[in-house]
Write a protein that binds this ligand. Structure first.
Ligand SMILES: Nc1ncnc2c1ncn2[C@@H]1O[C@H](COP(=O)(O)OP(=O)(O)O)[C@@H](O)[C@H]1O
Ligand SMILES: [Mg+2]
Length: 245
């Protein structure tokens, strides 16, 4: 898949994680190239969030290895990884509820990026316009709808110009109109910034549409990976996920 010399953007190699007797991840391997969207599907409890946590450095794997370009992720803190182009949004949206929409972007722009105020304002306005929240710049985040908070969290994830953005169930409980905005913003970020995404979602048709590559986890193992249309027709995926109910 990758050239003989260039390391892939993200390489997940035989990653295993146990919580007591539960094997949350069992020898998971796949790679993610630059400029790609990878969809991660699987039933509840199949290890999707745990995998994002391992990639993000908040959970240490028990075995295997994750590399971000040439850098091994083991032992790195989320802040080190952010400085190396990794960003993330959460299954339960995390924005500062009592701050305004604008202030939510100022926090990373002024503190992490250490931009001057005028530059921070310019970048924050650009990001708010990008996700369509410019009219809400002065509203406190708690006044925004759940979907708008997801757009804000997404804008905040882009502050550092990341190369890889991990998104955990970004469309869950989101109004269809906002979902469309989010999907358009993800596509444009891939096209204009050359970024890649690893997106966990149960909205399988949308994910098939937007992904270049798909991975399905069942009970912590990769049940299938490859082209999205092939993965959703794979017997193990139908048996272990799509055909269940
Ligand atoms: N911090 C934790 N402590 C104990 N068990 C956990 C923890 N995080 C996840 N698990 C377990 O690991 C398995 C995978 O969970 P998770 O990664 O959240 O799945 P998914 O995101 O696919 O729904 C589940 O059995 C879950 O209960
Ligand atoms: Mg999860």
């Amino acid at each position: 898949m990758s050239g003989a010399d260039a390391a892939p953007l993200l390489a997940i190699d035989a990653v295993t994680k146990k919580f007591g007797g539960v094997v949350a991840l069992n020898a998971v391997s796949f790679q993610l190239e630059a400029n790609r969207v990878v969809g991660l599907i699987g039933p509840n409890g199949s290890g999707k969030t745990t995998l994002l946590n391992v990639i993000n450095g908040v959970v240490d794997a028990d075995g295997g290895e994750v590399r971000l370009g040439d850098m091994k992720i083991g032992g790195k803190r989320p802040s080190d990884l952010a400085a190396n182009g990794l960003s993330r949004t959460f299954q339960t949206t995390r924005v500062f509820q009592t701050l305004t929409t604008m202030q939510n972007l100022f926090v990373p722009l002024l503190h992490r990026q250490a931009l001057e105020r005028s530059k921070a304002t310019e970048r924050a306005n650009e990001l708010l316009a990008f996700v369509g929240l410019e009219r809400h710049a002065g509203h406190t985040a708690s006044e925004l709808s759940g979907g708008q908070q997801r757009l804000l969290e997404f804008a905040r994830a882009l502050v550092t110009h990341p190369r890889l953005i991990l998104m955990d169930e970004p469309f869950a409980g989101v109004h269809p109109e906002i979902k469309k905005v989010l999907i358009r913003c993800i596509r444009e970020t891939v096209q204009k910034e050359g970024a890649s995404f690893l997106i966990v979602s149960h909205e399988v048709p949308d994910l098939v549409n937007m992904s270049d590559f798909m991975v399905c986890l069942v009970e912590g193992r990769v049940a299938a990976s490859g082209l999205p249309t092939a993965v959703v027709h794979d017997e193990k995926v139908i048996e272990g996920y799509l055909g269940r109910n």
